[in-house]
Design a protein around this ligand. Structure first.
Ligand SMILES: NC(=O)c1ccc[n+]([C@@H]2O[C@H](COP(=O)([O-])OP(=O)(O)OC[C@H]3O[C@@H](n4cnc5c(N)ncnc54)[C@H](OP(=O)(O)O)[C@@H]3O)[C@@H](O)[C@H]2O)c1
Length: 328
């Protein structure tokens, strides 16, 4: 032991030892600076910075999947800022209900476009594009999305559902963006806001693999598009919710980590036209920061255990329901 200490002392005093100590100090200072900068930016973007006026992008906001959840709340936020709104989705009755409420609360124009966005045929897309043709579309919110019904193995999920998921979450998002860009570019203003998912930022998402992969497409597409469009003064941003109360997430009550869609939409408004990739809800940003700090191999194994547990719980519940039905 004494011999080892003496060797260390000798190394510290050698030119190599002092050079190594300087490099170590420099790296430590860099880590401390990065940590302080990240914390300061978190506080500034989440709590201090004011919101941008979305009207600077144009007169109309188009929101897909606007009859419930995050989409409905986003549409409400744009109407509140006196933007006219196009509500797009499948359910005419539910969309008309939202339209009625927005018109009476905010006195803005609201158009309803009924469309199944997982149908990416040329005919369907032409019909949708025709509805938007004469409007000054300032903001497109690609929000409509679907996931699995529950955690499951790839081969247990219906093949048609998987194909529909990719068409809705990826193809239709990309083609709708493509449809509004010529107008935005010619007016030299506009914003495409894509709704991704925190699952795309996690190192892995077993038993929801296609959903998470589809959202990684959204992330990558959005970042590339943002740079492609900057010379035209058009932006493309992506927001990544973790847990938000909705039909899709099956969370029914808001809590510290589960955002209410209204709170999520209000937080998102403060990020419009700012960072390309945004985590607008502060506890979601903390959760993702914590996930990224854990070594991927540890996270992946723990998450697999959680996902398998959720899968088993679903099948147990389903068995109980079937038995109860048999008994009736
Ligand atoms: N809630 C969360 O915890 C969470 C987390 C991460 C990401 N997200 C993302 O947030 C977005 C909004 O989801 P949400 O949580 O607000 O759930 P939601 O309330 O179920 O909203 C999904 C919307 O998409 C619409 N939609 C589904 N399939 C469609 C289709 N084929 N054509 C047109 N519209 C369709 C739904 O309309 P119908 O009523 O007709 O089905 C609904 O309006 C999704 O992209 C989702 O992936 C949500």
């Amino acid at each position: 032991m004494a011999c080892l200490c003496a060797m260390l002392e000798a190394f510290k005093r050698s030119p190599e030892g002092s050079a190594l100590a300087s490099i170590g100090l420099f790296l430590l200072a860099l880590c401390i600076f990065k940590f302080v900068h990240t914390c300061a930016m978190f506080v500034y973007t989440q709590f201090v910075r004011g919101g941008a006026n979305p009207r600077k992008f144009g007169e109309w906001a188009v929101v897909t999947g606007a009859n419930s959840g995050i989409g409905e709340s986003m549409a409400r936020q744009f109407a509140k800022k006196k933007m006219n709104v196009v509500l797009m989705g499948r359910s005419e009755a539910a969309l008309e209900e939202v339209a009625k409420s927005l018109r009476s609360s905010y006195g803005v124009e609201v158009n309803v476009v009924v469309a199944d966005l997982s149908d990416v045929s040329a005919d369907n897309l032409e019909t949708i594009a025709a509805e938007l043709e004469d409007l000054d579309v300032g903001v497109l919110v690609n929000n409509a999305g679907m996931s699995y019904d529950h955690f499951d193995d790839l081969e247990a999920v219906d093949a048609d559902r998987l194909a529909q998921l990719v068409q809705l979450n990826c193809t239709s998002l990309m083609l709708l963006t493509r449809a509004v860009l010529p107008g935005m570019k010619s007016r030299r203003r506009g914003l495409v806001l894509n709704v991704s998912s925190g699952s795309a930022d996690m190192p892995s998402c077993p038993l929801l693999s296609v959903y998470a992969a589809s959202k990684r497409f959204v992330d990558s597409f959005s970042v590339s598009m943002d740079y492609e469009l900057r010379t035209f003064n058009v932006r493309c941003q992506v927001v990544a919710p973790m847990y938000v109360v909705s039909k899709l997430s099956k969370f029914r009550r808001a809590s510290l980590f589960v955002a209410h869609p209204d709170a999520y939409a209000a937080a998102t408004m403060r990020f419009l036209g700012r960072e390309t990739v945004c985590w607008p809800f502060w506890t979601h940003a903390l959760m993702l920061g914590a996930i990224k700090a854990v070594p991927a191999c540890i996270f992946n194994n723990r998450y697999l255990v959680y996902a398998r547990g959720m899968q088993r719980a679903f099948y147990k519940r389903q068995k109980r329901v079937q038995l109860a039905k048999k008994d009736e």
